[in-house]
Design a protein around this ligand. Structure first.
Ligand code: HEM
Length: 472
């Protein structure tokens, strides 16, 4: 379904606690500046599901009720679509898995999902590891050039670079030059930043039109497409030059529809490649940034990760994909990081038809914000919800984690297709970093968050880095 064919957003939910419209209007600036604090306040005051007006104008239901999240994402998913907040990206990045809907989405999902199988992840793990090692070697060189052997780094900017290197390499293989990769990253960052502005400040649209900002970003999107088209054509031309690399582009090129046994059109391939770059970049970068922020404050967790690695006989080399489950504590550290700082902190859905949830009528067109951050820190679901405790995710913990109380990768049929990819990548970078470096806090104790499309830190996330004396 195209974005323009979406049903209008309805407003008539009578049995729901609501934040009065005058209050959301008055509070709309504060909400734009600090959405998390304001949503938490509204939900604590009114209950786990509340009606309010986004930006003071747009009726919306925000929920941190895991049962309602499950209802929308899984049990009754056929009655819901993503909203124009997600579909608006189609203008710049095309209709790939993340932005697509309906039968078209299902056909693409069936085509692409098998491409993320174990064997490919095993091959991609080596590419990820190579990118992580390149970063750590470069950081060591910078550290050694420092007279005191200590560097203060913005870990968010470091991790943004590493995560883009990994996703670009996993998608297009190793043939891309640094300059090409930097250009791709720059274009995507600029498009995303502009897109977020158009959503957050819709009243600036006339200005964006008059100033040529829309045209400028359309041109960037065109440049991105042509760059990616170039890689695709180069790969197709190299078909006789030996076995192709086992990367995501090759997966997209080799995939065949069940019914026609044909491959994707070039335009569809472009859309899917763009979406993989976007979806696989900032999410992982943010997870990694918060991971090191938390570890700098929890040296006991760092000790345990290092001990576990040594105990698994993996002290002197990087683990292979199949060996990662031998490091359960380091996996729990990653899971707990994404509980406290879920990169996809909120999901949007619109009701395609009338629905009902536990007596709550949901008219067609109702806009939902599934507030993952709020679910992950819900005091009724998580004991001591703000504390960093990786052991929560250890097997056999009591009480068990309720369904949909933990959903960093979403849920239901639209669950993140890159979830195993992301978990592998984050664990590898974690192990590589702790092998060579110690991290200490260098910024404020509780840095702010900047919840845009993903949950970024507000401003730089400063950490002090030194070389680890004993390489674990
Ligand atoms: C920590 C890292 C990541 C997080 C937290 C994350 C989170 C998510 C979430 C929550 C969704 C569902 C969105 C919705 O239902 O509205 C999603 C979808 C998606 N993700 Fe991820 N993601 C991550 C990494 C990746 C990576 C590395 C890739 C690609 C290699 C990727 C590709 C996708 C795609 C293509 C979709 C759309 C799937 C569909 O609708 O069929 N993601 N992701």
């Amino acid at each position: 379904m195209s974005a323009s064919a979406l049903p209008p957003v309805a407003s008539g939910l009578s049995t729901l606690p609501r934040v009065p419209r005058w209050r959301t209007l008055l509070g709309s600036l504060a909400m734009a500046r600090e959405p998390i604090r304001n949503l938490d306040r509204a939900l604590t005051h009114h209950g786990d599901t509340v009606g309010l007006h986004l930006g003071g104008v747009r009726p919306c239901i925000v929920t941190r009720d895991p049962a309602l999240a499950q209802h929308i994402l899984q049990k009754n998913h056929r009655r819901y679509l993503k909203s124009d907040l997600t579909h608006g990206l189609i203008r710049y990045l095309g209709r790939g898995l993340l932005t697509n809907e309906g039968a078209d989405w299902l056909r693409q999902r069936r085509l692409i999902q098998p491409g993320f199988h174990r064997q490919r992840l095993t091959a991609l793990t080596r590419l990820m590891q190579a990118a992580a090692e390149e970063w750590s070697a470069e950081l060591r060189a910078r550290l050694r050039a420092e007279p005191g052997g200590t560097l203060t780094v913005d870990i968010h900017s470091e991790m943004t670079r590493v995560a883009f290197h990994i996703i670009a390499q996993a998608t297009f293989g190793t043939s891309m030059t640094d300059a090409e990769r930097n250009r791709l990253s720059d274009i995507l960052t600029r498009i995303q930043a502009f897109y977020v502005r158009t959503i957050r400040q819709p009243y600036l649209r006339p200005w964006f039109m008059a100033s040529g900002a829309f045209r400028q970003h359309d041109a960037l999107s065109h440049e991105l497409r042509e760059l990616v088209r170039g890689y695709i054509r180069r790969r197709q031309a190299a078909v006789s030059a030996g076995p192709p690399p086992d990367d995501l582009l090759q997966m997209l090129l080799d995939a065949r529809y069940e019914d026609t046994e044909e491959g994707m059109s070039e335009e569809q391939l472009l859309d899917e490649a763009n979406i993989l770059l976007l979806a696989g970049h900032e999410t992982s970068a943010n997870a990694l940034s918060w991971l090191f922020y938390l570890l700098a404050r929890h040296p006991e967790a760092v000790r345990q990760v290092r001990q576990e690695r040594a105990g698994a006989g993996l002290a002197r080399r990087a683990p292979e994909f199949a060996e990662l489950p031998r490091l359960p504590y380091s996996q729990q550290v990653v899971q707990e990081t994404m509980r406290l700082y879920p990169p996809a902190w909120i999901l949007d859905r619109v009701a395609l038809e009338d629905d009902e949830f536990r007596g709550l009528p949901i008219p067609k067109g109702t806009l939902f914000s599934i507030y993952i951050y709020g679910i992950h820190r819900h005091p009724g679901l998580w004991p001591d919800p703000d504390a960093f405790r990786p052991e929560r995710f250890a097997p056999g913990q009591e009480p068990p984690i309720p369904a949909y109380a933990y959903l960093p990768f979403g849920g239901g049929p639209r669950l993140c297709v890159g979830n195993h990819f992301a978990l592998t990548e984050i664990q590898l970078v974690l192990l590589e970093a702790l092998r060579h470096f110690n991290f200490q806090p260098a910024g404020p104790e509780a840095p702010g968050t900047d919840p845009l499309v993903t949950l970024r830190p507000k401003g730089p996330l400063w950490l002090q880095v030194t070389e680890a004396t004993t390489v674990a």
